[in-house]
Design a protein around this ligand. Structure first.
Ligand SMILES: C[S@@+](CC[C@H](N)C(=O)[O-])C[C@H]1O[C@@H](n2cnc3c(N)ncnc32)[C@H](O)[C@@H]1O
Length: 276
């Protein structure tokens, strides 16, 4: 069964805790060049007001703060108080006074209207049950001419060379895992249509992928997801225990093979501009 809270609502699939915070920090480092290339294309200016949605501990919020400088403003919107407290401490440590935090979800938080030059959403929208409901209030909070930028999966491409082992079935199991948490591993395909329905012009749609050998940062990034999550995928009925164990063994064998190449899933950069 997917995790559920006391009201019977499904909880955020990956959970919130210190280990996950450290995984997010490592993930941020591994995907920083990729994310920066997207942020560069958005041509963010000093003084911009930005909203980082599902900010986690705010690693992107801090990068946005670097770009907008002391005259800009960054607001991190996030349902986890643990992550927001971490970000507030980190901002104080850096002497930054223009990172705000809002504790809530995109669907329910009270946000200002027509305020932000940029709303940024990385690795959140694939977890939500209704992407249009999630995006509507964010678009209301964007200024006319402002940009909504999304980074998330088109969950294809995940694979290992040499092929032929149990891990060949992993992408399918992860897709089931996302769906069991009410998410959509192919959400990025739907986003351009949703943006157009809200009168945004799609200005960027760029699929990206990272690959690396058995000692690369990208394979270590995947390792920190698969090793703890494969047993959970089995527990939640997305595969059998034996299949999860066989995928883990195949994975560990590939990490010892110098010929191994790991291919990440496809991550799509999508940007839409709110029409004037
Ligand atoms: C995989 S983490 C990504 C964190 C951050 N965006 C990053 O790229 O490092 C997903 C985050 O989205 C948050 N989240 C989940 N559902 C949300 C929702 N409906 N509205 C806002 N944030 C949400 C979770 O609490 C979690 O911190």
């Amino acid at each position: 069964m997917p995790p559920a809270n006391r009201q019977g609502k499904k909880e955020y699939l990956l959970g919130v805790n210190q280990t996950e915070l450290e995984r997010l920090r490592f993930q941020h480092g591994v995907w920083k060049e990729n994310t920066d290339s997207f942020l560069d294309r958005l041509k963010i200016r000093k003084g911009w007001k930005c909203l980082d949605v599902g900010a986690g501990p705010g690693f992107v919020s801090m990068d946005l703060r670097q770009r907008v400088g002391p005259t800009g403003e960054v607001t991190a919107l996030e349902p986890s108080a643990l992550y927001l407290e971490w970000l507030a401490r980190e901002s104080r440590r850096r002497g930054w006074k223009n990172i705000n935090t809002v504790n809530g979800t995109a669907e329910t938080a009270i946000l200002p209207k027509n305020r932000y030059n940029l709303v940024f959403v990385r690795w959140v929208i694939a977890f939500v049950p209704d992407p249009a409901k999630f995006l509507r209030p964010l678009i209301v909070s964007l200024k006319k001419g402002g940009i909504l930028a999304i980074m998330d999966y088109w969950y294809e491409g995940l694979s290992l060379y040499p092929q032929g082992g149990a891990f060949d079935g992993a992408a399918q199991v992860v897709r089931k895992y996302y769906r069991s948490g009410n998410g959509d591993p192919y959400v990025t395909g739907k986003i351009p249509e949703i943006l157009r329905s809200f009168n945004l012009r799609v200005i960027d749609f760029t699929p990206t992928q990272i690959a690396g050998g058995p000692d690369s940062a990208i394979i270590e990034w995947a390792h920190r997801f698969f090793i703890p999550h494969l047993p959970l995928m089995a527990e939640q009925g997305n595969c059998s225990r034996e299949e999860a164990e066989a995928m883990a063994q195949d994975w560990l064998a590939h990490r010892k093979n110098e010929k191994t190449i790991f291919f990440s899933p496809i991550v799509v950069h999508i940007a839409g501009r709110k029409q004037r």
